[in-house]
Each structure stands twice: as structure tokens, then as C-alpha cells.
Design a protein around this ligand. Structure first.
Ligand code: FES
Length: 180
């Protein structure tokens, strides 16, 4: 779970506190990185530099750990998380094509977040509903028998909803009343 800290004020102070909580112990590298990820939602490159300065573990070693374990992310999560199942049934039913379509439509490669921060695309293992293959989860909502056309429509619907949300908030004042 994500912990609330005063990150906006001083993120490096939060990093220092986490490393010190683990007694600046090089053997605690993974727990330190897990705490960083829980706190920030991802592990930023400048955070790796700070951990390296404090612990003496080389940045390249830290980077190889973060990229080796799927639990760690080097970028913040997007507003919408799209997970395409690549288990056997979904793979056979065309998951590659679905992922490719979403990658193009959302502007995010698997494992990455789009530049506009709207989408994070993930390839995941069996989601447990193989009879619906290929399966895509969008923000924890399951979509079955997803064709490339349907995948494109899913991304479009999310973009449309975002636009609507933005135009709606522009027309309102802070208290939710229409702006005059
Ligand atoms: S293989 Fe995709 S849901 Fe099982």
C-alpha cells in the first residue's frame, strides 16, 4: 500500500529516511527499493543515485535489480492501467495483436507509461478467465474476446472520458458550480 509522506516538499528526505530505517545496510537493498516503490509508486533514477550515495551500492547494481524484478517500476503509473493477458490461451487467441494495437493507440509500450501519463500498458500472465480469451483488464474491469478493433475502441473510450472530464472541470468553478 502507498504511504502518505511529504514527498512534494522534499522527496530526497523521504528517501534518506527509508534508507536509514534499514540502517543503511547494503544487504537490505530489495526491502529499501520496495519501500521506495510503496512510497513514490515507482523508483526514479535520481532516487537510485541517492540510495547509491548513502549505501555505497553502485547505481548500475541498483539499476540491474530494479529492471530484473517485475515488481519494480522506473516510471510512474499512468491514470489508466491496461493489462493484456499473455497466458497460453490468450496468446493463442491473438494477444500479441491486441497488445500491438493498444501500444499504438495508447502510445505506451508494454511495461511503460504513455508520455501524456494517461496509460500504462502491461503484459500479464493468465487472468483466470481463459474461456474469454483474449482477455484485457482495464483498471480492473475485465474485457473478454478482445479483437484489435475492440482494443482500439477501449483506448478511445478512455481518451474520450478524459477529454470529457477535462472540459467538464474547465466549465466549473472550484465548488462544482458552473463558472460565470
Ligand atoms: S490465458 Fe488469458 S485468461 Fe487465462
Amino acid at each position: 500500500m502507498r504511504k502518505e509522506t511529504n514527498l512534494a516538499v522534499n522527496p530526497l528526505a523521504a528517501v534518506d529516511a527509508i534508507v536509514r530505517r534499514h540502517n543503511i545496510n547494503a544487504g537490505a537493498t530489495i526491502p529499501i527499493l520496495q519501500d521506495i516503490q510503496n512510497t513514490f509508486g515507482f523508483v526514479a533514477p535520481e532516487v537510485l543515485t541517492r540510495i547509491s550515495d548513502l549505501t555505497g551500492i553502485s547505481e548500475s547494481e541498483l539499476y540491474s535489480i530494479v529492471t530484473f524484478y517485475a515488481q519494480f517500476r522506473l516510471q510512474p503509473m499512468g491514470k489508466n492501467i491496461i493489462s493484456v493477458c499473455h497466458g497460453t490461451a490468450c496468446h493463442l487467441a491473438g494477444a500479441d495483436k491486441v497488445t500491438e494495437t493498444i501500444q499504438y493507440a495508447a502510445g505506451a509500450k508494454p511495461g511503460e507509461t504513455s508520455e501524456d501519463g494517461l496509460f500504462t500498458l502491461e503484459k500479464v500472465a493468465c487472468l483466470g478467465c481463459c474461456s474469454l480469451a483474449p482477455v484485457v483488464n482495464v483498471n480492473d474491469e475485465t474485457h473478454g474476446r478482445v479483437t484489435p478493433d475492440k482494443a482500439q475502441a477501449l483506448v478511445k473510450a478512455l481518451r474520450d472520458a478524459e477529454q470529457k472530464e477535462n472540459s467538464g472541470s474547465k466549465g466549473e468553478s472550484r465548488n462544482g458550480q458552473p463558472a460565470v
